[in-house]
Design a protein around this ligand. Structure first.
Ligand code: HPA
Length: 270
């Protein structure tokens, strides 16, 4: 995605909003309910935003919802672009580049993930402490875009202060919260049990097919990042059950009340 299309998207959104979002919230599978809680929402289908990736397969990629949550101006991505859908990594990160370029300072990113750590039951919320990029892609490949650094430091990709805030909110509201390392794979096939055993030995606690490209862009632009995974299933081979996408979406929806409470609590302290 070229520099010019990012600025086209920014220019379009600037015309349509009265307030610059401070936080970009990316909602993962099954966690979309939060988009309906936005106050004074302006909803813009991705298909209407110039420069946004255009789906040639199906026209229903999702929508951007702008408004306030807990008094904080937010932009919510209800639906994201995945590598496994065939999008180039530049397309996957285009909305993040746009919203951070527009002025958002914090990326709050969420996803559904398979639990690798044995203690993770479906419905567990896991604060992401760090990630492993096994997608085989990096969105910073190629020319350096304006506002981004060539070699971003990833030592504390997930902001320590914001992580402490998430832990505090969870403690206060009685929400069980785990913490661990998220490994991103390209997908769309789920992992084999052998792959899950390898990931476990390499230090991953959860596995999914998103998030990492978006986080890399946020770090290259100097934005703060906080990430939360909803563990929707035990990763392949850890139980005799086969994996199903329906089960992933259902478990996400079941955890969505705790998830909303957690996210709202964090925003209220920003
Ligand atoms: N693997 C990869 N991605 C996922 C999984 C999984 O088990 N569950 C939800 N997203």
């Amino acid at each position: 995605m070229s520099r010019s299309t990012v600025s086209d998207s920014i220019a379009f959104l600037r015309e349509r909003i009265d307030e610059t979002p401070r936080v970009l919230l990316v909602l993962g599978s099954g966690l979309g309910a939060l988009a309906e809680e936005i106050e004074d929402p302006t909803q813009i289908p991705y298909g209407e935003i110039p420069g946004f990736p255009r789906s040639t397969v199906e026209g229903h990629a999702g929508a951007l919802v702008l408004g306030r949550l807990e008094g904080v101006p937010v932009a919510v991505m209800a639906g994201r672009f995945h590598l496994y859908e065939g999008w180039a990594v530049e397309d996957v990160v285009h909305p993040v580049r746009t919203l951070l370029g527009l002025g958002a300072e914090t990326l709050l990113v969420t996803n559904a993930a398979g639990g690798i750590r044995r203690a993770f039951a479906p419905g567990t919320l896991m604060l992401i402490s760090d990630h492993v990029n096994f997608t085989g892609r990096n969105p910073l490949t190629g020319p350096v875009l304006e506002g981004e650094t060539r070699f971003p430091d990833m030592t504390e990709a997930y902001d320590g202060t914001l992580r402490e805030t998430v832990r505090e909110v969870a403690r206060e509201r009685g929400i069980p919260l785990a913490e661990g390392v998220y490994a991103a794979l390209h997908g769309p096939s789920y992992e084999t049990p052998a792959e899950v055993r390898i990931l476990e030995r390499l230090g991953a606690d959860a596995v999914g097919m998103s998030t990492v490209p978006e986080v890399i862009i946020a770090r290259a632009r100097g934005a703060r990042v906080v990430g939360i995974s909803c563990i929707t299933n035990a990763a392949a081979g850890l139980t005799p059950e086969p994996l199903s996408h329906d089960e992933v979406v259902e478990a996400g929806a079941e955890a969505s009340r705790d998830f909303s409470t957690l996210v709202r609590g964090v925003l209220a302290r920003m």
